[in-house]
Design a protein around this ligand. Structure first.
Ligand code: ADP
Ligand code: MG
Length: 402
């Protein structure tokens, strides 16, 4: 089998220099500032954010960089090293359904800040990123957050300085993605990019947006990310249909979110699942709900295991999460499953898909120093299955948008 492809994170000075040079070459001026925001890996707690559940992401060292200048008028002009040409619009004309393409994520952030009562002028932005696109590592939230923190800084909005303000920035990014870019997102990605802390995992409660920062430096282990590079064309419709099923189930159960059902049930998670099964008539809805209820419970237990430094227990919960996403929530693809199986066979303590699924990445918690060997095993398994080559990265828990 060929050698694994590794995707290194850029040095901070390198990322800033790249966007500064792209800005100058495109707009023939110096940017007012350079900013960056991380992608994320969700360690556990998948498809829980839009159900008022729990998630446990880390920000990764891979970041999206943005060089930004404000304008006197309302023009928006954007360039990306990952895009083609200059993307332009008039911020005054931005509204749901009016803009298309990647620039909608950024125009949407400014639109959402305006909607929240802030005065935002037009701007020029040059973007470059080492977060792989569509890999389930949240390049979209990294893109949004890099501008959100940049506008906050250049306009002196005073939101980036504390977590309370960052909640406002994250909410603007969610609105940008949902309402202007037209991509459904539950909010975990933006919280991770804006509210993470260097060296910590972000224990996120999506019911009230509260967070707890849990130290994450797994002793004796390291985190390997496997970008399957599998094409995921069904993504949008499938995500929407999962959300719709959960919303309909919550309504049938008479609760605002499935989280409420779990917390109110007697007999813990097993009691909650049994009681839901008794009300729901459709087998698919039962399985979707079972995933969400058990995943919230697993995330709670994974947080406890993390705090105790019990990485064996953490790995078992990762494995169970993947099985639930594969069999009950049905959002995996063979590439995600094979990556997980090969990583486990090569010694991982646990492995699971991360992100929305239908392609994207799997992650594995592996014994320290074994990432290269596990990557070799995954490459060999992919070759056996006739899949295209995956890519790999590793990361520690990195810092938030800055
Ligand atoms: P993910 O967030 O998992 O990487 P998404 O489909 O949510 O995948 O977001 C990917 C989209 O975000 C891309 O198709 C593109 O429109 C936009 N995007 C992300 N990063 C960049 C970038 N550096 N330059 C231009 N567009 C980007
Ligand atoms: Mg995304």
């Amino acid at each position: 089998a060929p050698a694994p492809v590794w995707l290194p994170a850029w040095e901070a000075a390198d990322g800033a220099a790249r966007v500064r040079a792209l800005f100058t070459a495109t707009f023939d001026a110096e940017p007012a500032g350079t900013f960056s925001a991380p992608g994320r890996v969700n360690l556990i707690g998948e498809h829980t954010d839009y159900n008022g559940g729990l998630a446990l992401p880390i920000a990764i060292e891979h970041r999206t960089w943005a060089a930004v200048s404000l304008r006197e008028d309302s023009r928006v002009r954007l360039v990306s090293a990952q895009g083609q040409g200059v993307w332009e619009c008039d911020l005054d004309e931005v509204a749901p359904g009016t803009v298309q393409g990647w620039g909608a994520y950024l125009a949407g952030v400014a639109w959402a800040l305006r909607q929240s009562g802030r005065t935002v002028p037009g701007f020029e932005v040059a973007v470059d990123s080492c977060v792989p696109f569509g890999a389930g590592l949240s390049s979209s939230a990294a893109l949004e957050a890099s501008l959100a923190i940049g506008l906050d800084s250049l306009l002196g909005l005073g939101l980036g300085g504390d977590d309370e303000g960052r909640v406002v920035l994250a909410a603007a990014c969610v609105r940008a993605e949902n309402e202007i870019a037209g991509a459904a997102t539950g909010g975990m990605d933006q919280a991770a990019s804006l509210r993470a802390r260097d060296g910590f995992a972000l224990a996120l409660d999506c019911l009230d947006s509260s967070v707890h920062h849990e130290p994450f430096a797994p002793e004796g282990c390291e985190l390997l990310v496997i970008d399957t590079r599998a094409p995921h064309s069904l993504n949008d419709g499938q995500y929407a249909s999962r959300r719709a099923t959960c919303d309909a189930a919550a309504e049938a159960l008479g609760v605002p979110t499935l989280r409420h059902w779990l917390d109110a049930a007697e007999g813990g998670v097993d009691g909650a699942v049994a009681a839901a099964d008794a009300v729901l008539t459709d087998d698919v809805a039962r399985r979707r709900v079972r995933h969400v209820l058990t995943e919230i419970d697993r995330t709670r237990r994974a947080h406890v295991a993390m705090r105790a430094g019990d990485w064996g227990a953490f790995g078992v919960l990762m494995d169970a999460s993947h099985t639930s996403l594969r069999d009950d929530y049905e959002v995996t693809v063979p590439e995600l499953d094979v990556a997980v199986e090969a990583a486990r066979a090569a010694g991982a303590l646990g492995a699971r898909m991360t992100g929305g699924g239908f392609g994207g990445s799997s992650i594995a918690l592996v014994p320290a120093g074994t990432s290269a060997a596990v990557a070799d095993a995954v490459v060999a398994a992919y070759a056996d299955h006739g899949f295209g080559a995956p890519a790999f990265l590793t990361s520690r828990a990195a810092g938030p948008a800055a």
